[in-house]
Ligand binder design. Structure first.
Ligand code: SF4
Length: 179
């Protein structure tokens, strides 16, 4: 690939654990910055995504802001990647899907044990929750899926280096078993 590959990342309904795993590539990040330029990502604190080669998306889609961010990434990134179980299948946040949203909100803010000052938050600054949490491929076309909770640093490293070098992405067995 000519020039530096532009990389953006975002966390939707995730816990930032996938981003932490990315950082676990440790000193290899110095090799990475030789060939990659970071765009919007929590690592740079850039708030808007520009034209990018690759976007890594952590977390599922749980609210209207998640939808906007994901659509923005799809518009700007040539390759979009579901990073981790929450992005791939909804993960832990999707456990609420077995209940009605209103029941979840009432349990959290009104009826739950230890709730003080009951009342469901209703501030325009708070993104509206969707009725269900969605894996990101249900909202936008996704090019690659990296499962795992989180995917290991080595898996993320293999994926990025294969992509940068223009090779078909393939993983050694040690990076694709989850037992
Ligand atoms: Fe966190 Fe695991 Fe979800 Fe990644 S896949 S955002 S580590 S819960």
């Amino acid at each position: 690939m000519l020039g530096k590959l532009k990389l953006a990342t975002a966390s939707l309904a995730g816990c930032f654990g996938c981003h932490m795993s990315f950082l676990d590539i440790d000193e290899r990040i110095l090799e990475l910055v030789d060939v990659v330029e970071f765009d919007r990502t929590p690592l740079t604190d850039i708030k808007t995504v520009g034209e990018c080669d690759v976007g890594l998306i952590e977390g599922g889609v749980a609210n209207e802001e998640n939808v906007e961010v994901l659509r923005d990434f799809r518009r700007h990134c040539k390759v979009l990647v579901a990073l981790g179980a929450c992005a791939v299948n909804g993960g832990i946040p999707a456990m609420r899907n077995q209940f009605e949203l209103e029941d979840c909100l009432r349990e959290s803010y009104v009826d739950g044990i230890g709730v003080a000052n009951p009342g469901i938050p209703n501030d325009p600054e708070i993104p509206l929750l969707l009725n269900k949490v969605h894996p990101i491929h249900e909202v936008e076309k996704i090019d690659y899926f990296l499962p795992g909770c989180p995917p290991s640093a080595d898996t993320i490293w293999t994926f990025l280096t294969e992509l940068i070098e223009g090779r078909p992405v393939s993983f050694p067995y040690t990076q694709i078993h989850y037992d």
